[in-house]
Design a binder for this molecule. Structure first.
Ligand code: GCO
Length: 372
């Protein structure tokens, strides 16, 4: 039996725009595959979904709040929507699920996007006003994640590759947005602690394991954000999906449906790299696109075996959130990649169907470890 530490958090992760439905933001304004539409209608079915998380013996859940819902017009905050998220938090607590709340998971209110979004010199102030409203009006939250994957996913895909709104391909703008997001994180950390001194505030940082000569990009890609926000973390959230070398994905256990190599050892390698920051670590995302559910159980078990090895070697890992609870909008790919432990039947009233792997995960959560 590989027993994980006492009080270890076991959960799943989602983001508002990818699951809730009915959101008008910069992505829905882009239309086509960027418009999530009703998504999984999690906005109305969150209690049903949290029942499923509870049935998986989870004790935590990571979700995001949609800025565009809270502040649909500049400076005008929608009390109805903050009340909605109060109900979400209450529903989690009623089911013994500790909320980990992401304030921003890639998507912007249209008014902010029209002002240049993160390129606007006052962007950190606009975000701080939103964050302050949330933290002041949502009680019962201990864990706050101001930004999800700010520099090496959002800024890179939106300002370097041009794949995401605002579809810009410009190195200088990519670097400017990265700098703005670093400032925003630091500002958020201070303001959250001013309002809620006992809160824990951290980043959810995507970290790829780089092997071989490609490690020359490790600093700018994986480390810069953490290094430049070093005194603004009570914990580090790690989003791990893949390892790469100069020839492409590292792969020991096949590929996921998106063609990413499955490389469980990489989670151990990146956890070892994070040790130097001396902060508690939560794995805030780890998962795969696997519509047949014929790799997910082994994926979870093998990644957790490597996490266990890291813990035994002194890495302070305190939680694991599988991405994702539900099938959802896989960003610019649309809905075809299936990341959910719970399948969504999009042709049958968004019916929730627990996949066999969800039973395996439920056992692991119940046992607080791996029975091997
Ligand atoms: C990300 C996000 C999620 C993705 C998930 C699968 O890492 O891009 O946090 O929004 O859907 O990682 O790609």
């Amino acid at each position: 039996m590989l027993k994980f530490p006492e009080n270890f958090y076991w959960g799943t992760a989602t983001s508002a725009y990818q699951v809730e439905g009915g959101i008008k933001n910069d992505w829905s304004a882009a239309g086509g595959k960027y418009d999530a539409g009703i998504a999984c209608d999690h906005y109305h079915r969150f209690e049903e979904d949290f029942n499923l998380a509870q049935q998986m013996n989870n004790n935590a859940h990571r979700f995001s709040i949609e800025w565009a819902r809270i502040e649909p017009e500049e400076g005008k905050f929608d009390q109805k929507e903050i009340e909605h998220y109060r109900k979400v938090i209450l529903a989690l607590k009623q089911r013994g699920l500790e909320p980990f709340v992401t304030l921003w998971h890639f998507f912007l209110p249209v008014w902010f996007a029209k002002k240049g979004g993160w390129l606007n010199k006052d962007a950190p102030k606009y975000f701080a006003r939103y964050a302050e409203f949330i933290v002041k009006n949502l009680s019962g939250v201990k864990f706050w994640i101001p930004l999800n994957e700010p520099n090496n996913v959002y800024a890179a895909l939106s300002f370097l590759t041009g794949k995401w709104p605002p579809f810009i391909k410009n190195w200088f703008k990519f670097r400017k947005v990265s700098k703005q997001l670093i400032e925003t994180h630091k500002k958020s950390y201070k303001l959250i602690h001013k309002i809620s001194p006992n809160a824990f505030v951290g980043i959810a940082q995507s970290r790829t394991y780089f092997k071989g000569i490609i490690r020359i990009v490790n600093t700018i890609w994986n480390e810069e954000f953490l290094n430049k926000t070093e005194n603004s973390h009570d914990f580090i959230g790690l989003n791990y999906y893949a390892g790469v070398s100069v020839t492409g994905f590292l792969e020991t256990d096949g590929k996921n449906d998106r063609g990413w190599g499955i490389y469980p050892e990489g989670i151990y390698r990146v956890l070892k790299e994070l040790k130097k920051y001396n902060k508690p670590i939560y794995i805030t995302e780890n998962g795969l696109a696997d519509a047949k559910d014929d790799r997910r159980a082994k994926f979870i078990i093998k990644h957790l075996e490597w996490v266990y090895k890291a813990i035994k070697e002194g890495i302070d890992v305190r939680g694991y959130f599988h991405w994702s609870l539900l099938d959802n909008l896989e960003l610019e790919q649309g809905f075809w990649p299936r990341f959910g432990l719970i399948e969504i039947d999009y042709d049958n009233n968004l019916k929730r169907i627990p996949r066999p792997s969800s039973k395996i995960y439920a056992e692991i959560c119940k046992n607080n470890g791996l029975n091997i």
